[in-house]
Design a protein. Structure first.
Length: 410
């Protein structure tokens, strides 16, 4: 009996010890979890503070160097990049500080071309990370204004330039991995983003998919290959649509195909990236649409459109242009004429051009504000957020469609 009592007591003690031990282990786990959660919250708060501080510092520096309207710059240097592409380094005529900019933003130029009937407005992306002494734009010769840059600008030539602007830019206050997707001269804002990441020494993962037609179109080929060797976090993939017999894989191109989401699926570890897209309209339409089909959230897809790569082609109108809007009347007061807008007419700017209404335009993507027109009556719907400022009772025809009969001061 004594033995039974003894062993029973021992068992009870052991069970109590086990129970207490389990409670201690459970409590320690709770404490570790709470500590981990607290550390995560602290890390998020610290990251947010860093972001707010960086944004505040950027805004202070921007306001110190900012200017309104156009400012005179001089061409300091010109570099031939590849066939039909040149980079122009610009310095301020007054020698005052430059406005810093976010990688991906652009400059707006007012160009006086000898013999031309009017001034021309164009937007060109900044193609380097923010510097204190010069701006750089990289321009392909494809039209009147770009031809003027290539053929008539010399060292010391003056240019009228607006301060950097645009809502297509890379967030430098996060370490989230990014995929940069460029076609042709659409590489220019990606150069700014890539340089901003690599020159800062950040270990942020960055993939660049660059589509070219032939080897002659490869901008900064040697530099890209050097960066590829130097930075383990930089993954370069050159896609060439027309590979020549003498073109070497790994030098001139990496993939003898066009840039596509199918290629991303083969190469990327997952779809969990921020995607930045800039290139011809057809390319952006396909890429943006296929990224959405792949399950990439819209908030993670960023794109830039200039000129013929209009917003309408990238972001088709949905739930706005309906059958009952098939005959919206647009009246032009100063021109004493009118036109009918239908969903197939495109933007209001395209309607005005097809109707022969005089109107200046630049970027055709809501960035420069050149096409601004006053609305006397009626309402419009914006296809994207405007980067340029808009006066009260005004609109930017390049990125709007009418959703009622309109009376315009045009």
């Amino acid at each position: 009996m004594v033995d039974i009592i003894y062993y029973g007591a021992t068992l009870v003690v052991a069970l109590v010890a086990i129970y207490v031990g389990a409670l201690v282990v459970h409590k320690m786990r709770d404490l570790r979890f709470q500590a981990s959660a607290e550390a995560a919250r602290t890390s998020l708060i610290q990251a947010r503070v860093r972001q707010l501080t960086a944004d505040a510092e950027f805004e202070i520096a921007r306001k110190q160097g900012d200017w309104s309207g156009f400012r005179r710059f001089l061409v300091e240097r010109v570099i031939d990049e590849c066939d039909l592409v040149k980079s122009f380094y610009l310095k301020p005529f007054d020698g005052k500080p430059l406005t810093p900019y976010r990688p991906g933003q652009f400059l707006t130029f007012r160009v006086h071309i000898p013999g031309a009937p009017k001034q021309e407005i164009r937007c060109y992306s900044l193609s380097d990370c923010s510097k204190t002494d010069t701006y750089r734009v990289t321009i392909k010769k494809i039209g009147l204004v770009s031809g003027y840059f290539h053929e008539q600008l010399e060292l010391g030539s003056p240019l009228d330039v607006k301060a950097p602007s645009g809502d297509f830019f890379l967030d430098l206050n996060t370490d989230s991995p990014v995929v940069l997707i460029a076609g042709g001269i659409g590489l220019t804002p990606m150069l700014s983003m890539l340089n901003a990441i690599l020159e800062a020494g950040a270990q942020r993962e960055v993939w660049l998919f660059y589509g070219i037609n032939t080897a002659r179109d490869f901008i900064q080929r040697e530099r890209f290959r050097e960066l590829q060797k130097k930075h383990s976090n930089f993954h370069l993939h050159i896609c060439c649509g027309n590979v020549g017999a003498a073109d070497q894989r790994g030098v001139v191109y990496d993939h003898a195909e066009r840039v596509s989401v199918d290629l991303f699926k083969r190469l990327l570890p997952s779809s969990n990236y921020d995607y930045y897209v800039c290139g011809p309209g057809a390319m952006m339409t396909a890429i943006v649409g296929d990224l959405g089909k792949w399950g990439v959230p819209a908030r993670n897809i960023h794109y830039e459109a200039f000129g013929e790569a209009t917003v309408r082609k990238v972001a088709p109108v949905t739930n706005v242009a309906t059958d009952d809007m098939a005959a919206v009347k647009v009246t032009f007061a100063r021109s004493n004429s009118n036109a009918k807008w239908t969903p197939n007419a495109g933007s209001l700017l395209e309607l005005m051009e097809s109707a022969g209404i005089p109107i200046d335009s630049g970027c055709r993507a809501g960035n420069c504000g050149t096409c601004h027109v006053a609305i006397r009556s009626g309402q419009v719907t914006y296809l994207k957020k405007a980067a340029a400022s808009i006066e009260p009772n005004g609109c930017l025809p390049c990125i709007v469609i009418p959703n009622s009969d309109l009376l315009l001061d045009a």
